[in-house]
Design a protein around this ligand. Sequence first.
Ligand SMILES: [Zn+2]
Length: 244
Amino acid sequence: MERQLQKLTWLKVQQLVPAEIDTVVLPVGTVEGHGSSCLGTDNFIPETIAEGIVDRINGLVAPIIPYGVTRSLYRYNGGVGITSETFETYVREVVVSFTDTGFRNVVILNGHGGNNSALKSTAHDLHRDRRVNVCVIHWWELCGEITREFFGQIGGHGGIDETAMVQAVDNDLVDTDAYDPEMAYYVRPGVDVYPVPGTILLYKEGEGYPDFNPERAREFHRKVIAEVGSFVEMVLARWRKCGL
Ligand SMILES: [Zn+2]
C-alpha cells in the first residue's frame, strides 16, 4: 500500500488513522557541505531509512523537514541553517498536527547531528504536554556498532558510513572526482572552530574516510535499515503492551 502521507487523500487518512495505522515516521535533516557527498546527505539518509522500515512497522512516512540547525559548516556553499528555537517550534507544531490527525506514535528519524539536542528537548516536551509517544533516532549513533563491525572503523560526517548510505540511494549523489582526503578534518577535543576547517568530519584520527564502494554501500544500507526497523518494532511493541 501507499505509505507516503502526502500521496494519500485526506479521506484515506481519515479511514486509516488511527483505526489501522497509528504510527508516523518523520524524517528530519539539513542542507550542508559533506565533502564529496551531496549537500542533501542528511536528508536522503533518513528518508531512505524511513521508506525502508515503514512497511515493517505499519506506519506512514511524512514529508521530511529538510532544514535544520547547521552551525560549523554554515559558511560552505549551499549550507542552510536555522536557529534551534525556530527548529524546535517548527518540529513541535508539525508533530502536534500529526497527533491532531490521530497518530499516537511519532518516530523522528534524524540525519543531522546539529539537530540532536533540539530534537531531544522537543520530544520530551511533546511527550509531557501532549501525551504523544515519541522516539527520536539519530541513526548513525544507533547504528554506530554496525558501522564499526562492518567497516572495521567508526564513521564520520561525510565519512564512510554517510557516504555509503547516500551511494546506496543513488551513486550519482557522490562526486568521487571531487574527493580529496584533505577535505577531512579530525574533530579534536578541546577546539571550537568556525567555520570548521574541513567538510568531512572524523571523530577518530585516521578513521572514517569514505571508501566509495557501491557494493559495500548497498550491504551497509540493508543492515542499517534492518537495525533501525527492528529497534522501532521493539519500541512500538513495548508501548502497546504497556497501554501507552
Ligand atoms: Zn551528515
